[in-house]
Design a protein around this ligand. Structure first.
Ligand code: CP
Length: 327
C-alpha cells in the first residue's frame, strides 16, 4: 500500500487486512509502554490545513507508538501565510526527508494531487466533503468489536450527509463489508448524486430505529453551510436529533456512534452521548490502533521495497523492550 487516499483503495480484502492488523496494535496500545520498533528511522509529517483534534493527535500517537519520527506543520504559523503554494509547501516538507505525509484540506481531491506531485506516501486525513478513509476504518473496527461483523447489519446514518466526508467513506466501507446502509436526512442535507450511492434514503428517523444495529449520528456542519438548509436547529433536532426517546426505540444490542466533534443538544442529546451503548470514545481509542496499522502497512516495507517483517515478531520485540525498559 503506497497511499491511502480513498477507502476504495483497499476494497473488502484490504479493509479486512487493516482490521486484523489493528488487533495486534490494540494489544500494543494496552501495554504499560505502548511502543514497538516497527518504523524506526521513518519519518511522518502532518499537513493539516483544517482544524482537527482526533485525527491529528491519533496519527501522531500512532506514529510515535511505532517509533517513527514525526514532523509537525501548522498552517497558522507557516510560510503559507506568506503565500507559499500547496505544491511548494509539500515539496519543501518532502525535501527534508519524510516517508509519509498525512494531509487534511478543505478542498476535495488535494490528497490525490499530492500523490501525483510527491514520491513519499500520502494519507488522506479528510478532504473537503469527500472522504475520510481512516475514520471509516476505525468505525468498521468498532462495529466489528461489538457486533462481530458488518454483514447484513443495518446501519442508520443520520444527519448532515451533504457536508460529511465521514458519510462518503463510511458508506463505501460499510456496504463493501456487507451492511445495509440507510441515510436519514432532510432533502436539503443530502448530497447531489446520492441516488447513485448503494444506500436507501429515508426522511423518517423514527421509522428506521427499531431494527437498526447501529445509529450513526453526524454533526451538523454549520461552518460549511452558507445558506439556511434547515428551518432552525430546534426544528432539526425535533425531526432528526437522536433524542432520549428515540434512543429507547433501538434494539438492546444496537450501538450509538458519532465521529466527533459532537454538537450535544443538536444532533444528539447529551444523555444519549453518554449511554453505555454509545461507543464514541471507543471509536477514538480504536483510531490510534487503526492508524498504526495503516502506517505499518504503508511504511514497514522499508525504502528498498522489501517485505515488511511479520507484525507478530515486532509486537513481541516491543513487549521485550518494554520489559527491559521497566526493569
Ligand atoms: N472525526 C474527526 O475527523 O475528528 P477531528 O476533526 O477532530 O479530527
Amino acid at each position: 500500500m503506497k497511499h491511502l487516499l480513498s477507502i476504495d483503495d483497499l476494497g473488502p480484502d484490504g479493509i479486512d487486512e487493516v482490521l486484523s492488523l489493528t488487533d495486534s496494535f490494540v494489544e500494543v496500545s494496552q501495554r504499560a509502554i505502548p511502543k514497538v520498533p516497527a518504523l524506526r528511522g521513518r519519518t511522518v509529517a502532518w499537513l493539516f490545513y483544517e482544524d482537527s483534534t482526533r485525527t491529528r493527535l491519533s496519527f501522531e500517537a500512532a506514529a510515535r507508538r511505532l517509533s517513527a519520527d514525526t514532523m509537525n506543520f501548522s498552517v497558522g504559523s507557516s510560510s503559507v501565510n506568506k503565500g507559499e503554494s500547496l505544491r511548494d509547501t509539500a515539496l519543501t516538507i518532502e525535501a527534508m526527508g519524510v516517508d509519509a505525509i498525512v494531509v487534511r484540506h478543505r478542498s476535495a481531491g488535494v490528497p490525490w494531487q499530492l500523490a501525483r506531485w510527491l514520491d513519499c506516501s500520502v494519507v488522506n486525513a479528510g478532504d473537503g466533503w469527500h472522504e475520510h478513509p481512516t475514520q471509516a476504518l476505525l468505525d468498521c473496527y468498532t462495529v466489528r468489536q461489538h457486533l462481530g461483523s458488518l454483514k447484513d447489519r443495518k446501519v442508520v446514518i443520520v444527519g448532515d450527509i451533504k457536508h460529511s466526508r465521514v458519510a462518503g467513506s463510511d458508506v463505501r466501507a460499510f456496504t463493501s463489508l456487507g451492511a445495509e446502509v440507510v441515510l436519514v436526512a432532510p432533502p436539503t442535507l443530502l448530497p447531489a448524486g446520492v441516488s447513485t450511492w448503494p444506500v436507501r434514503i429515508s426522511h423518517d428517523l423514527d421509522a428506521e430505529l427499531a431494527d437498526a444495529d447501529v445509529a450513526y449520528v453526524l454533526r451538523m456542519q454549520l461552518e460549511r453551510q452558507d445558506e439556511a438548509l434547515v428551518p432552525s436547529l430546534r426544528e432539526y433536532t425535533r425531526c432528526f436529533g437522536l433524542t432520549v426517546e428515540r434512543a429507547r426505540r433501538l434494539p438492546g444490542h444496537a450501538l450509538i456512534m458519532h465521529p466527533g466533534p459532537m454538537n450535544r443538544g443538536v444532533e444528539i442529546a447529551p444523555e444519549v452521548a453518554d449511554l453505555p451503548r454509545s461507543v464514541i470514545l471507543e471509536q477514538v481509542a480504536n483510531g490510534v490502533a487503526v492508524r498504526m496499522a495503516v502506517l505499518y502497512l504503508m511504511l514497514a516495507a522499508g525504502r528498498s521495497g522489501a517485505q515488511p517483517p511479520p507484525v507478530d515478531d515486532l509486537v513481541a520485540l516491543g513487549a521485550e523492550e518494554g520489559h527491559a525498559n521497566r526493569g
